[in-house]
Design a protein around this ligand. Structure first.
Ligand code: 26W
Length: 808
């Protein structure tokens, strides 16, 4: 093969442009050039993917199948070029053809097929699984619309459709020949024939699942894996001859179902809504996936008896939990196995990761919906449930425990219990979270089958989230650690600790941060028209808007600062810019009110001369992967202030740390592990610990007492009622904190309990900021010790402890 120089790449781009669009480089738009670049890289990856697949098959390697309703991939052009080792060549080729490489990267839409943490985690793990040369495939739905685009109109969130496929589909390779059929509804008929019991579903509505594959290149390897996204089609076009056969309605039904199934990603994060379309999406993707995996296994091995030896199914939260009854269905109805053999295989194949302990996020499907939509799956679920219940009963002889651990109970199917019963492993995503699963959420199941329960602390793709997005820091790391070894050995970031007392390194770090702040300010100005002061601390909270994440606590503290400034306009304070970015689920009214509040406050402060060059609040519109990539390198303070015990892990916290921001946070999720490597001296901890939260909850928590006792808090809360210069008042939020509403207790997430401790930590943080040497030393330690949060480490643990597959 010819070496891939910029020249060769330039020729390939020009040729592709000519053949696909009939254009010369002079005539092409940025969009066309982006598409052409994607096609050229895709071709290269496809060749390698075929080789990878052939090798997997030839050597009969065990495969990992990662099932997730969400993959928040973001952009791929720069990432793929980077992983293929072609980024400099691609840049050069594009420039040579008369384009600005940065503009070409910028026109790519985010593939935003996910909500937040869970979806981005899946994307980071795909990168690591591939880099570690694990034969792995991701599976999801090829949503036509990703997570909505957020616009802020008069301070409020407005949702717009995210039509990503126009350009984004350049990465997709449709494989219609590998289409599968998924059945919904119908009636089950059982009959004996040739001494066997046969089970058929009659009168079902059939939806076709067409795979659209997205290649995933690893870093420093020829290994290429695939993300298989299922698109939905109706089996047949509405055919006039069906009229006469009375099948017209059936055909229209199939069309309607097919059109809606892959239409849109559900935008609820950490909140379950029992919508039938969502259940259809889940089964559609699970059934197509399991059919595809078992068919390929049969091609290679001629039997499914060894399925569990050669495949592992990792499910990302309970959303794909129907793989358990679906695999049972295939093994029993299609492969003719008996129950016990099928169950043995299933329970040795499936592993479940839990990502949340919030009760309102647990999936519980109404049984009549399951019964109507998935009649055969329902029969199998009943059998699984009955057998599990007997097992639990035989073990505990305790009706209360039987009820708690039941799979079908009170007219509902509980997906987490199904996953525990039908899987070989259950893991949480940080040390604390896994401990809460073991000792609280799944306590009884854990006592019965303790070997199933594990921890794998989350990780992030450090090549994307550091090296690719922060070239200045990347260069400094290479210089100080002696090359690029850290890209494949993230622990070697530790070497940076040796420079803790080197003033020259402090200085370099400060310069890099400053430059990143300036470029982010330029971007914010261009896209949102805001003017950020690069002399101010960039203090950032970006994540989904949810009450447990406590954006409102951040707001209360800012109000306190603002009031202090109003009292004494002459005070010289460290200039402070608070940046927020967050999408609220469209139906989550309180979350939307908090977004409005942030914007009201931002506007108030922007118009108050007292705050000029001192205090600023900015709400960044449409927070998404590609915005995070610009923001992380420019951030100085990372707000990780969830109520202890509620945030399963967090992964944004890791991205900030890796880019040298200091964390102000509670001992929650992975912050605990962050604290273990950093110590008190390198982060700003505050607030109640998880066990203290539990105790406070058991006792009698009365937020009004704190309100009447603490004058600062009192005044902050009153400001919510008074409202802001835009005329908007937040009496509702005030009421919610002090008195609660019908549905929820007063101050559910204990903001008032943590308020003073938070303010103290903020004061400490701003004080340290003025000591630049100390700040930069801390920042250096943060970067140096962030290696444990690389996804490579997490994926290696999955490979060793759960999947039992070799890795590089
Ligand atoms: C059924 C509705 C629904 C949708 C999404 C319920 C729950 C979810 C996700 C499990 C929510 C989620 O993204 N959880 C986050 O997962 C991250 C990756 O493990 C963690 O870092 C975050 O702490 C956790 O909130």
């Amino acid at each position: 093969m010819r070496p891939l120089t910029a020249n060769v790449l330039e020729e390939a781009l020009a040729a592709k442009l000519m053949l696909s669009f009939g254009k010369t480089p002079e005539e092409a738009t940025d969009q066309e050039m982006m598409r052409v670049s994607a096609l050229v890289l895709r071709d290269m990856m496809t060749l390698r993917e075929v080789e990878t697949r052939q090798e997997t098959r030839r050597d009969k390697k065990k495969q990992v199948h990662y099932l997730s309703l969400e993959f928040l991939m973001g952009r791929s052009l720069m990432k793929n070029a980077y992983n293929l080792g072609l980024l400099p060549q691609l840049r050069e080729a594009l420039e040579h053809l008369g384009f600005q490489a940065a503009d070409i990267f910028e026109v790519e839409p985010d593939a935003a097929l996910g909500n937040g943490g869970l979806g981005r985690l899946a994307a980071c793990y795909l990168d690591s699984m591939t880099t570690l040369e694990i034969p792995a495939t991701g599976y999801s739905i090829c949503y036509e619309l990703g997570i909505f685009k957020q616009k802020i109109v008069e301070g409020q969130q407005v949702e717009l459709p995210d039509n990503w496929k126009d350009l984004g589909a350049a990465w997709l390779l449709p494989k219609p020949a590998e289409a599968r059929e998924v059945s919904f509804g119908g009636t089950i008929r059982e009959f004996w024939q040739d001494g066997h019991l046969h089970i058929v579903n009659e009168g079902a509505t059939i939806v076709q699942a067409i795979p659209c594959d997205m290649e995933v290149a690893g870093y420093g390897t020829g290994h290429v894996n695939v993300l298989r996204l299922w698109d939905a089609r109706s089996t047949k076009p509405v055919d006039m001859s069906l009229f006469s056969r009375g099948e017209y309605l059936k055909a229209t039904e199939e069309e309607a179902m097919a059109e809606t199934i892959a239409k849109v990603l559900y935008p609820e994060d950490n909140h379950y809504e029992g919508k039938s379309l969502r259940l259809k999406q889940q089964y559609f993707f699970v059934s197509a996936t399991m059919q595809s995996i078992t068919a390929k296994h049969l091609e290679t091995y001629g039997t499914l008896k060894n399925f569990h030896e050669k495949n592992v199914i990792q499910i990302n939260d309970t959303h794909p939990a129907l793989v358990i009854p679906e695999l049972m269905r295939i093994l029993i109805d299609e492969a003719g196995m008996g129950w016990d053999e099928a169950w043995g295989i299933t329970t040795r194949s499936v592993a479940y990761t839990n990502h949340t302990v919030l009760a309102e996020a647990l999936e519980r499907w109404p049984q009549d919906l399951v019964q109507r939509l998935l009649p055969r799956i329902w029969q199998i679920l009943q059998e699984i449930s009955g057998r599990w219940q007997r097992k639990v009963d035989d073990y505990y002889h305790d009706g209360a425990k039987t009820e708690k651990m039941a799979i079908i109970w009170g007219g509902e199917v509980r997906m987490a219990n199904l996953c525990i019963a039908g899987g070989m492993a259950v893991n949480g995503v940080s040390g604390l979270h896994s401990e809460i699963l073991r000792s609280e959420v799944f306590k009884d199941a854990c006592a019965m089958e303790p070997w199933k329960f594990q921890n794998v602390t989350n990780g992030i793709d450090h090549r994307r989230w550091l090296s690719e997005i922060n070239p200045g820091l990347d260069a400094l790391i290479r210089e100080l650690t002696g090359g690029d070894a850290y890209l494949l050995r993230p622990e070697s970031l530790r070497k940076l600790d040796a420079f803790a007392e080197d003033p020259n390194v402090w200085q370099r770090l400060a310069e890099i941060k400053r430059a990143n702040k300036e470029s982010f300010a330029a971007y914010a100005h261009k896209t949102q028209g805001v003017v950020l002061n690069p002399d101010a601390i960039f203090d950032v909270q970006v994540k989904r808007l949810h009450e447990y994440k406590r954006q409102l606590l951040n707001v209360l503290h800012i109000i306190a600062l603002y009031q202090k400034l109003q009292d004494d306009p002459g005070t010289i304070i460290q200039p402070h810019t608070f940046l927020f970015g967050a999408k609220a689920a469209p139906g989550y009214a309180v979350a939307k009110r908090i977004i409005h509040l942030i914007n009201s406050l931002a506007d108030q402060i922007a118009h108050d001369p007292v705050c000029k060059d001192k205090l600023q609040v900015v709400f960044l519109e449409n927070y998404r992967v590609s915005l995070a990539e610009k923001l992380m390198p420019a951030s100085e303070v990372s707000q990780q202030i969830s109520l202890a015990g509620k945030e399963a892990s967090g992964t944004g916290n890791m991205k900030f740390m890796m880019n040298g921001a200091l964390t102000i946070g509670t001992l929650d999720g992975a912050n605990v592990e962050m604290h273990e490597v950093l110590g008190d001296e390198n982060m700003f901890l505050f607030g109640l610990r998880a066990d203290e939260v539990a105790r406070l909850r058991e006792g009698n928590y009365v937020p009004q007492r704190l309100y009447s006792r603490d004058v600062v808090l009192h005044r902050c809360l009153d400001a919510l009622r008074t409202g802001f210069r835009d005329g908007v008042q937040y009496e509702d939020l005030y009421q919610r904190l002090l008195f609660g509403t019908q549905g929820s207790a007063a101050d559910e997430y204990l903001l008032l309990a943590d308020f003073s401790s938070y303010c103290q930590a903020e004061r400490k943080m701003t004080e340290v900021y003025t000591d630049t040497e100390r700040w930069n030393r801390m920042s250096l330690h943060n970067i140096a010790r962030s290696g444990i949060f690389a996804a490579d480490r997490a994926v290696a643990q999955y490979a060793e402890n759960i999947w039992h597959v070799p890795h590089k």
